[in-house]
Design a protein around this ligand. Structure first.
Ligand SMILES: Nc1ncnc2c1ncn2[C@@H]1O[C@H](COP(=O)(O)OP(=O)(O)O)[C@@H](O)[C@H]1O
Ligand SMILES: [Mg+2]
Length: 239
């Protein structure tokens, strides 16, 4: 499976706030893409539009050459948030949720959930109460819940922002693995430049709702194309 996602001149305004200002991206599932930028730069807004959770004010989201409206994007994209709400039941039911509403039968559901839990290192956790797990474990449940339905697009919005460094590294390993196993488009929003460097094949710098730079990590960090990106890399932009 090879997916191609095109974001074409997408803008989003809230009253007089311009959250996204004519953003264009053209990416495939071959490389993990990171979206980096300071707080308030527009990362979440862009991911929510690609996920079909919000509508753009202008522009289109195109997947494999088809313009998709929010309701259709929701069928092929899933999003993992910084803080994910666990349903008040066990790990199995949390991960199985998306399969149940898609009418998978019991055997298929069990086998997919099992596989997903193994992928995030949580096999044996099926009957544990999801809400009682540690923050890092809950994030792994959230990842399993998102990719168990085999989305074409997986959106990760600062998935390690609430975790300590060792749990963050564990999550990063699973993100790498999931992308390889599933072959879906993965976009990771992060303000952690080290994480972007470790994980991505392509980095987009978003600032004040605009893409200022886009490059592979090597070029991005060595030769930023503009002064604002350079300042961001050097930690000189306010968060
Ligand atoms: N629902 C909303 N209503 C009004 N303004 C919003 C809303 N969501 C986001 N914004 C504004 O849009 C801009 C981008 O926000 P966001 O996408 O959350 O940035 P990031 O995820 O990079 O921190 C910010 O100025 C934010 O205040
Ligand atoms: Mg955000």
């Amino acid at each position: 499976m090879r997916g191609r996602l095109n974001v074409k001149e997408v803008s989003k305004t809230y009253d007089n706030i311009i959250a996204l200002d004519s953003i264009s991206l053209d990416i495939t599932s071959e490389k993990l893409v990171s979206l980096v930028g300071v707080n308030g730069s527009g990362k979440t807004t862009l991911l929510r539009i690609i996920a079909g959770l919000d509508e753009p004010t202008k522009g289109n989201v195109i997947f494999n050459n088809q313009i998709l409206k929010a309701q259709n994007l929701r069928k092929i994209a899933t999003m993992v948030f910084q803080k994910n709400i666990m349903f008040d039941n066990n790990v199995f039911d949390n991960v199985a949720f998306g399969l149940k509403i898609r009418d998978f039968n019991k055997e298929e559901t069990e086998s997919k959930v099992e596989k997903a839990l193994i992928s995030v290192g949580l096999d044996g956790f099926e009957n544990r109460k999801a809400k009682k797990l540690s923050g890092g474990e809950q994030q792994r449940v959230a990842l399993a819940r998102a990719f168990v339905i085999e989305p074409e697009i997986l959106l990760l919005d600062e998935p390690t922002a609430n975790l300590d460094p060792s749990n963050s590294l564990i999550i990063e390993q699973f993100i790498r693995k999931i992308r390889k196993e599933n072959g879906c488009v993965v976009i990771l929003a992060t303000h952690n430049l080290y994480q972007a460097k470790r994980l991505s094949g392509m980095i987009f710098h978003i600032h004040a709702g605009k893409i200022l730079d886009a490059a592979n990590p090597k070029r991005f960090f060595k030769k930023p194309s503009n002064q604002i990106t350079k300042k961001f890399i050097n930690g000189e932009l306010q968060f």
